[in-house]
Design a protein around this ligand. Structure first.
Ligand SMILES: [Zn+2]
Length: 238
């Protein structure tokens, strides 16, 4: 396995996993828009629920009525497109009203947990971290992530908080932190377009994170940022 291979080379301080979950949707933005219907958060989520043969088999083994779950999800996507179900409806509320779908989603959370258990044992003594905050901080469950469950297998979480103000960064941090147990949450900042436009703002963000004892702050990323941003990082890191 890749993680085992990397870990046994003895040259990496840690291994970070990004979108190692049921990631879906257009959260990263699309250059050419190809969905000409308003799906909203709910529609994108339902459109992204995986019904591959493995997910279906896992759910069937757990006694979930897979066929009707799939029909419910597909029908609802159609109804969102026609406007019969509002695209603004919160996924949480919708799932609560559809217990069989909730069961299907619960199975994939357990599947992901067992995969993370495998990853942790493959990594051995090398710490592993996992990126959180997608599709937005606090709503990781939409990607099949239960922060408490996965927290028993990872050494830390890394939260990209590519925000424009210290308050927004702290809000993202506290939202995730409240959903985790004792797992440290590292925070990533973006000291450039479109998030941060001056060194002073970056400095206040780092100070704010220090004040709540965030154990590690990272910056996205050295290969892409203009030189001035590297100066801001240097000043903020002093
Ligand atoms: Zn699947």
């Amino acid at each position: 396995m890749l993680v085992h291979d990397l870990a046994t080379r003895g040259i990496f301080e840690r291994i970070e996993l990004e979108t190692f979950d049921y990631f879906y949707g257009t959260g990263f933005g699309w250059h050419h828009q190809k969905i000409h219907a308003e799906l909203g958060t709910l529609g994108e989520f339902l459109f992204g629920v995986c019904f591959c043969e493995h997910c279906r088999a896992n759910a069937a083994d757990a006694g979930v009525p897979v066929k009707s779950v799939r029909e419910t999800v597909a029908t609802t996507v159609d109804e969102i497109i026609t406007g019969d179900v509002p695209s603004t409806l919160s996924p949480e509320r919708w799932v609560r009203a559809h217990p069989a779908v909730a069961d299907y989603l619960a199975v994939r959370e357990r599947t992901l947990e067992s995969l993370y258990a495998d990853l942790a044992s493959a990594a051995g003594d090398t710490p592993i971290g996992s990126y959180v905050g997608m599709p937005e901080p606090g709503n990781e469950w939409l990607c099949g992530v239960d922060l408490k469950r996965l927290g028993t297998h990872v050494d830390y979480y890394c939260l990209p908080a590519y925000e424009s103000s210290p308050d927004a960064v702290l809000e993202a941090y506290h939202t995730v932190e409240a959903l985790t147990s004792d797992v440290p949450v590292h925070v990533g900042l973006l000291p450039g377009q479109p998030a941060v436009h001056d060194g002073e703002t970056l400095e206040t963000m780092v100070v704010a994170l220090r004040s709540v004892d965030v154990p590690r702050v990272s910056f996205y990323n050295y290969g892409l940022l203009p030189e001035q941003s590297l100066d801001w990082i240097e000043n903020a890191s002093e």
